[in-house]
Design a protein around this ligand. Structure first.
Ligand SMILES: Cc1cc2nc3c(=O)[nH]c(=O)nc-3n(C[C@H](O)[C@H](O)[C@H](O)COP(=O)(O)OP(=O)(O)OC[C@H]3O[C@@H](n4cnc5c(N)ncnc54)[C@H](O)[C@@H]3O)c2cc1C
Length: 449
C-alpha cells in the first residue's frame, strides 16, 4: 500500500471503474506534486466481476483519456482499441424495423486511436473493448481490493471513508466514483434520485462466426455502431469490431447485442421470467422480437444472433470472455440538475455516481473520463485554502455538461419507446432523412475546415 511521505493533501477515490481509474492516473500524472492518492474497490480482484461489452469512446473521451494517462498506459491503448481494419467504419448507422437506412452518422476515418486524440472536431471515435480498457487502466495502480464503502464522516480537517469490513481511511478529499448505486451519493445528495425510463433491455456479449459478422456489417453498410428502431417501441442494438477474437477452431468476432422494449409489455402480460435463469431470459427476448417485429431478413438475423447466446458458462476465455448471464435490466438515469446544487465540500462525485445515463447514445463512459480530466484541471489551481473553490468550479461544469447528455439520452429513449402507426413511421422516416442531410453538411464543414 502506498504510504504518503509528504504533507500534501490526500485524495481518496472509491470505485476502480473507468472513471475512478482515469482520475487516479491523472492525479499521479498531473497533480503528483500537490496531492497523494489512494483508490479503493469493493471487488476482490480484477477478475471478480465481468467487465463487459463493447463501448463507443468518442473524440472527447479519447482526448480526455490521453490527458489523464501516462505514456506507458497510452502505449497499451491498442489492446483495448485495436487499429481499424479496412472494412470497418467507426460510424453510427440507424435503420428501421425492416432494414431501411434512416441515418448514417459519418465519422472521420482513422486508423488508430492515436489519430483521434489531436482532432479538434467531434466526428470521430472508436469502438472499444470495455473489459480490456479496464485491464489497461489497472496498469501501475495500487488498488485496495475488497473495500466496500458504506459511507463517510466529514470533519473540519478532512473526511473518513468507512468500509463494510469495519476499517476506515482518512483523507482530505473523497471522490465517489462508485457507479450508479453509489452509497457516497446517497449520503451526500439523498434527494438525487434514479429515474426508471420504463424501458427494459436485455444486453449480452456474444461470439459470432464470420458469416453472421459479415451479414451484420453489410446490413449496416460497414458501420460498427448499429441500431434498428422498431415500430412498437422496441430497439435492436449491436456494436462490434470486425477483428477476430478467436481463430482457434472457427473465426469468431465479439458482438455486443441489446434488445429493448417498453416495460409495460411485461407488466401487462403479467408474465413471469426467471432473471436468474439465462434460458428463460433469452427465450423471452426471442419471443418479444417475434411479437414486436414483422417477419423479414433483419428479424431472422436478430433471432439468429440471440439464439447464439450461451446458456451456461463456456469457461473463462481471457481476454475475450463473451459470457455473462443475461438478465432483463431497466434503463435508468440520474439527472444532476434535477436537484438544487449540492454543497461544495470535500465529497466529490464523478462518473455514473453523479450522472448515470442510459446507454442508447453511448455517452456514459465518455462523461466519466471527461469528469476526471475536468477535476484534474480545476485541482491544478489548488493553492493554500482554495480547495472548495476548485470543487465548486468542477461541480458547476460537471453538472451542466453531464445533465445535457443525460437529458439527450433520455429524450432519445422516450421518443423511441412510443409505438408508431403508419403515419408516424412516415414522419419518422422523413425526420431521420432530413436529420441525416443536416449532419452530413455539418460534419463536412467540421472535418474539412
Ligand atoms: C450495455 C451498456 C452499454 C454501454 N455502452 C456505452 C458506450 O458505448 N459508451 C459509453 O460512453 N458508455 C457506455 N455505457 C455506460 C458506461 O459503461 C458507464 O457510464 C461507465 O461504466 C461509468 O463509469 P464509472 O467509472 O463512473 O462507473 P462504473 O463503471 O460503474 O464503476 C464503478 C466502480 O465502483 C465500484 N463500486 C461500486 N460500489 C462500491 C462501493 N460501495 N465501494 C467500493 N467500490 C464500489 C464498482 O465495483 C465499480 O468498479 C454502457 C453501459 C451499458 C450497461
Amino acid at each position: 500500500m502506498e504510504v504518503p511521505t509528504n504533507n500534501n493533501p490526500t485524495i481518496l477515490i472509491v470505485g476502480a471503474g473507468i472513471g475512478g481509474l482515469s482520475f487516479y492516473h491523472s492525479v499521479r500524472k498531473n497533480l503528483g506534486k500537490k496531492f497523494n492518492v489512494k483508490i479503493f474497490e469493493r471487488e476482490t480482484s480484477p477478475q471478480d466481476r465481468w467487465q463487459g461489452y463493447n463501448i463507443y469512446v468518442n473524440r472527447k473521451g479519447v482526448t480526455s483519456l490521453f490527458y489523464c494517462t501516462p505514456p506507458e498506459v497510452q502505449a497499451r491503448f491498442p489492446e483495448a482499441m485495436p487499429d481499424s481494419v479496412p472494412k470497418e467504419h467507426h460510424a453510427i448507422a440507424v435503420i428501421d424495423h425492416v432494414g431501411r437506412n434512416l441515418c448514417h452518422i459519418p465519422l472521420h476515418k482513422t486508423k488508430t486511436v492515436y489519430e483521434i486524440e489531436p482532432l479538434k472536431h467531434d466526428f470521430a471515435g472508436i469502438v472499444t473493448y470495455r473489459n480490456r480498457l479496464r485491464d489497461v487502466l489497472l496498469e501501475g495502480v495500487d488498488i485496495q481490493w475488497g473495500k466496500k464503502c458504506v459511507g463517510y464522516e466529514e470533519n473540519d480537517d478532512g473526511v473518513w471513508v468507512l468500509f463494510e469490513d469495519g476499517t476506515r481511511e482518512f483523507g482530505n478529499l473523497l471522490i465517489g466514483a462508485d457507479g450508479i448505486n453509489s452509497p457516497i451519493r446517497k449520503q451526500k445528495v439523498p434527494n438525487l434520485e434514479i429515474l426508471d425510463l420504463g424501458v427494459t433491455s436485455i444486453d449480452v456479449d456474444i461470439s459470432v462466426p464470420k458469416n453472421l459478422a459479415e451479414r451484420l456489417m453489410s446490413t449496416y453498410a460497414n458501420a460498427v455502431v448499429q441500431k434498428s428502431i422498431g415500430r412498437n417501441g422496441d430497439k435492436f442494438f449491436s456494436m462490434m469490431r470486425f477483428i477476430p477474437i478467436d481463430q482457434s477452431k472457427e473465426t469468431c468476432y465479439r458482438v455486443t447485442l441489446g434488445f429493448s422494449y417498453p416495460t409495460d409489455l411485461d407488466l401487462e402480460d403479467n408474465i413471469s421470467i426467471d432473471d436468474n435463469n439465462p434460458e428463460s431470459v433469452i427465450k423471452h427476448a426471442i419471443s418479444r422480437i417475434k411479437q414486436l417485429r414483422s417477419s423479414c431478413e433483419l428479424t431472422d438475423l436478430m433471432i439468429e444472433l440471440f439464439s447464439l447466446v450461451p446458456l451456461s458458462n463456456p469457461g473463462e476465455k481471457y481476454p475475450f470472455r463473451t459470457y455473462n448471464p443475461p438478465r432483463r435490466r431497466q434503463l435508468r438515469d440520474i439527472n444532476p440538475l434535477s436537484v438544487p446544487p449540492w454543497k461544495n465540500d470535500r465529497i466529490v462525485l464523478l462518473g455514473d455516481a453523479a450522472h448515470a445515463m442510459n446507454p442508447l447514445l453511448g455517452l456514459g463512459v465518455n462523461n466519466a473520463i471527461q469528469d476526471a480530466d475536468l477535476l484534474t484541471k480545476e485541482l491544478l489551481n489548488y493553492a493554500n485554502d482554495n480547495l472548495i473553490e476548485c470543487i465548486q468550479r468542477y461541480n458547476e461544469q460537471m453538472r451542466a455538461r453531464s445533465s445535457k447528455d443525460v437529458l439527450t439520452s433520455r429524450d432519445a429513449v422516450l421518443k423511441q419507446r412510443t409505438p408508431l402507426g403508419n403515419f408516424g413511421l412516415v414522419v419518422r422516416y422523413i425526420f431521420y432523412r432530413i436529420l441525416n442531410i443536416i449532419i452530413y453538411v455539418f460534419a463536412f464543414f467540421k472535418t474539412h475546415f
